[in-house]
Design a protein around this ligand. Structure first.
Ligand code: SF4
Ligand code: SF4
Length: 240
């Protein structure tokens, strides 16, 4: 899920300068789990904005704010409240807010900063395990990503700085390659370590770019979709 944190209220107020009537949008998915766009945060934001003299014309919590089609449908149920607002304040990730800037012709502001693609360790505790590099190698590394878990992103074993199994750049963190070794050993797959990984092709992660995945049979498949299987990838801009 996308991990987000709420911006300082002062910053939110600054972007709403001159805006007297606001419609609030939350997200029932990632931002709810992160407590940056769930029901409680919407209620709290409403109270804080009202204390600043702003009128909250209404609010909604979309099932997933990044789902453009569903959000268009949900917005229809709040047509009058949205029409009455001068702007929307979206409490979701960067993808969520851009759903609304795409479908509405009025100002849309975000209350959150999007941080990373995260795993939920436990309530309120998130960790990063994937950097979305676009060409996954975890099949070779026991299901552990060295690009994300090793601060140097090394692909062929540890650097010389491993200290008693811990990372030289963070003494509280186990070296990613020690973890990979132990995991492959437990799986009886140590032979995988003998395979030299070629330098990674980061082209598919290059920015700026525009990536669209189109699933075959969805009726939206366009030119440029490639490869067999159920889906293809179209990358425009930088990268290929
Ligand atoms: S190699 Fe690592 S960063 Fe790349 S897609 Fe796989 S898990 Fe994510
Ligand atoms: S000690 Fe391990 S995790 Fe740390 S930089 Fe070196 S190889 Fe990467």
């Amino acid at each position: 899920m996308i991990i987000s944190k709420q911006k300082p209220f002062k910053e939110i107020l600054a972007c709403l300068e001159g805006v007297e009537r606001v419609f609030l949008v939350g997200c029932g998915d990632c931002a709810t789990v992160c407590q940056t766009g769930g029901e409680d945060q919407i209620v709290e934001m409403k109270q804080r904005l009202e204390a600043e003299g702003k009128k909250v014309t209404g609010s909604m919590i979309g099932e997933s704010a990044c789902h453009i089609l569903n959000m268009k449908r949900e917005l229809r149920q709040h047509k009058a409240e949205v029409a009455d607002a001068q702007a929307l304040l979206v409490m979701a990730c960067g993808a969520g807010i851009q759903t609304f800037s795409e479908v509405l012709d009025k100002p849309v502001y975000t209350a959150n900063d999007s941080l990373f693609l995260g795993n939920v360790q436990r309530f309120g505790h998130f960790s990063e395990h994937c950097s979305l590099c676009g060409s996954c190698i975890v099949n070779e590394t026991g299901g552990i990503c060295p690009i994300t878990n090793c601060p140097k992103g090394l692909l062929n074993g540890p650097c010389g700085g491993v200290d008693k199994g811990m990372c030289e750049l963070d003494s509280e963190r186990e070296c990613a390659w020690v973890k990979i070794y132990n995991r492959l050993k437990a799986l009886g797959q140590l032979d995988k370590l003998r395979k030299l990984q070629s330098p990674k092709d980061y082209c598919s992660a290059e920015k700026p770019r525009m990536r669209v995945i189109e699933r075959k049979g969805s009726g939206t498949q366009g030119p440029g979709t490639q490869g067999p299987g159920t889906q293809g990838s179209v990358t425009k801009g930088g990268g290929k």
